[in-house]
Design a protein around this ligand. Structure first.
Ligand SMILES: CC(C)(COP(=O)(O)OP(=O)(O)OC[C@H]1O[C@@H](n2cnc3c(N)ncnc32)[C@H](O)[C@@H]1OP(=O)(O)O)[C@@H](O)C(=O)NCCC(=O)NCCS
Length: 178
C-alpha cells in the first residue's frame, strides 16, 4: 500500500469535508458533540488558521487519515493546574504545538500510517518557531494514541481525570524537539 503524505494542502475539494466526517466519527465520544454541524465552527477555523498544521494521508489520491496540530493558549494552564504532574521539570515553551487530532480510517489502521503521520508532523513542527509538542491522549495510557506517541519517546507529563466528555481520563504527553 503506497501512502502519500501532504502537509498543509488538500488534493481534493472535498478533503475538508473528509476531515470533518472522520473527526465527527472518531471524536464524538470523547468530546461529546452530537452532530457534525457542531464540528464546523471548530475545525474549519483550525484548518484556516496560520498556527495550525494539517498532514493528510492519501492512498491513490483518496484521503485515509490526517493529523492536525496547532498552538493552543490553554495548554500552559492545563499543564500546571487541576492535574497531577509527573514531570515538574518539563518546562512549557512559548508557541508549543499541540497534536490535536490523529485519525486513520478503521480499515487502514495498523499498517503504519499513524507512525508516518506522526513522523511528518514532528518534521513539520521543527520547521516552525515551535520547539516543543504535546498531545492529550484519549483513554489515557490505554489509548491508541498514547501507544503510538510512546514510540516517539513522548514523556508522560500530566494525568487529567475525567478530561473527556465520555468520562475517560486524559494523559498529556510532551516532547522537546531539537
Ligand atoms: C491512533 C491511530 C491514529 C493510529 O493509527 P494507525 O495507522 O493504526 O497506527 P500505526 O499502524 O502506525 O501503528 C499502530 C500499530 O500498527 C502496527 N503496524 C504498523 N505497521 C504494520 C504492518 N505493516 N502490519 C501490521 N501492523 C503494523 C504498529 O507497530 C502498531 O502496533 P503496535 O501498537 O502493536 O506497535 C488510529 O488508531 C486511530 O485513528 N484511532 C482512533 C482515533 C484516536 O483515538 N486518535 C487519537 C486521539 S487524538
Amino acid at each position: 500500500m503506497a501512502i502519500e503524505l501532504i502537509s498543509n494542502a488538500f488534493k481534493n475539494e472535498s478533503d475538508p469535508e473528509f476531515v470533518l466526517d472522520l473527526a465527527f466519527e472518531l471524536f464524538k465520544g470523547p468530546n461529546g458533540r452530537e452532530s457534525k454541524a457542531e464540528y464546523l465552527p471548530i475545525i474549519l477555523p483550525w484548518l484556516n488558521n496560520p498556527g495550525t498544521g494539517v498532514v493528510m494521508a492519501y492512498e491513490n489520491n483518496v484521503p485515509v487519515g490526517f493529523g492536525l496540530y496547532r498552538t493552543i493558549p490553554d495548554l500552559e494552564r492545563l499543564l500546571y493546574e487541576d492535574s497531577t504532574a509527573f514531570y515538574s521539570d518539563f518546562k512549557y515553551e512559548e508557541n508549543a504545538k499541540a497534536i490535536e487530532m490523529l485519525a486513520v480510517k478503521k480499515d487502514y489502521r495498523k499498517k503504519g500510517i499513524g507512525v508516518e503521520l506522526v513522523n511528518r508532523i514532528l518534521e513539520d513542527i521543527k520547521k516552525t518557531d515551535s520547539k516543543q509538542t504535546y498531545a492529550t491522549c484519549w483513554k489515557g495510557v490505554n489509548g491508541e494514541s498514547y501507544h503510538l506517541l510512546k514510540k516517539f519517546n513522548f514523556k508522560d507529563l500530566v494525568l487529567v481525570p475525567r478530561f473527556y466528555a465520555d468520562g475517560t481520563s486524559g494523559i498529556i504527553v510532551g516532547k522537546n524537539l531539537s
